[in-house]
Design a protein around this ligand. Sequence first.
Ligand SMILES: C[S@@+](CC[C@H](N)C(=O)[O-])C[C@H]1O[C@@H](n2cnc3c(N)ncnc32)[C@H](O)[C@@H]1O
Length: 392
Amino acid sequence: MSMASLINRFKSLFSAKNVPEKIFTGSFSPLVYRLESPKYHLFDLHGENWMTGWVFYFGEKVITELAVTADEAVVGNFPVNMPRPDIGIHVPFIPAAQTCGFHFKLPVPSRDIHNIHLDVIYADGTRVPFLIYDIDSVRQLASKLTEYQRQLQEIPVPSAELVFLTQGHTQTDEYQNGIIPAVLTMQSYLQKSGIDVDQIRYLLDFGCGSGRLLVGWHIIKPHIQLHGCDLNPQLIEWAQQHVSQAIDCRMSSLNPPLPYPDQQFDMIYLISVFTHLSLETQKLWIQEFKRILRRGGYLLVTLHGELYVRNTFDQKDEHFHVFMRAGYVEEGQASVEGGNRYRSFHRHDFVRDLFTGFEIRGYFPNGNDPQHNTLFQIAQSQDVYVLQYTGS
Ligand SMILES: C[S@@+](CC[C@H](N)C(=O)[O-])C[C@H]1O[C@@H](n2cnc3c(N)ncnc32)[C@H](O)[C@@H]1O
């Protein structure tokens, strides 16, 4: 695609006159980002820390800098201009995404600071709060985080090829270092949904891949009985051979049933799994989850929301209109269901109707709570739902 046609596509996607107001549901945040480091368990409370990541606005606005303060004190302004072709390639219609990286050194703190605030600064000079790094929590958890890191280092990491199968990238360090923050973030979604994590005794990771998150749960909450299943034999064999024997990892099929007794689990989580299944298959699984969840148990599910629809389809594409009308669409039927190329997209109202017998306890659009952007999201910018099984 030429640069001119890219720019035209970009303009047609966002020019207000081409976008009937009623199809903007406003259910996604246009700030798309990832803080890559320092992860919670790698934050050095007494030394220098490199803040690395990327951020862009999913629209016309261009972010030029991050303004950083430690509590009230100014730390400095740092450019958002590093080339990130790995990000830009996914959004060719947003030129600023090509150079959306940041990488800067936080000075050694001269005293115990509470929070680090990062604000984005747009090209027009406007400034908007972006992330708050809660240093107090890191300080309180310091000895535990050090212990998590020690245990994590003893666990093998899958090959780059296997990492690609579950994460869509080949960075084995990112895979490993993302485990602890992801499980802490998952716990924070549960807490924000009013759920006491310590009540969970039996937990299933449905579509666990190579057991990435189960490893984190085992380190952080070793008393929980952990189970995982996946239909990919390569991934599940790796998990069976490398993660703790205390974690029960099993091979499963595209469709139910699973080999677990009725009402076995307090919680089941699905990180980027329904995102790769047909609606028909999703409905079969919801029935099976009702069988193996105890009444009152929880589901934590991540789904592609409206941001992903706008990222994937041109507004002239029928898929886009189907989603806007029906709140659901899928694509990739020519590829294998359950694989990463088969993709489904869900809107909030559709999710409510799909999960009959469940109540939505928490909804985190793009993985964020309505007040704050999440420091370390669990499945890029996917929407996160916490549901409780209340019915039949
Ligand atoms: C994008 S990956 C995410 C893996 C894992 N949840 C994680 O976050 O590391 C999706 C996973 O779901 C698995 N999967 C897809 N459909 C499935 C199904 N019907 N039953 C079990 N696993 C499934 C795939 O094999 C793959 O490992």
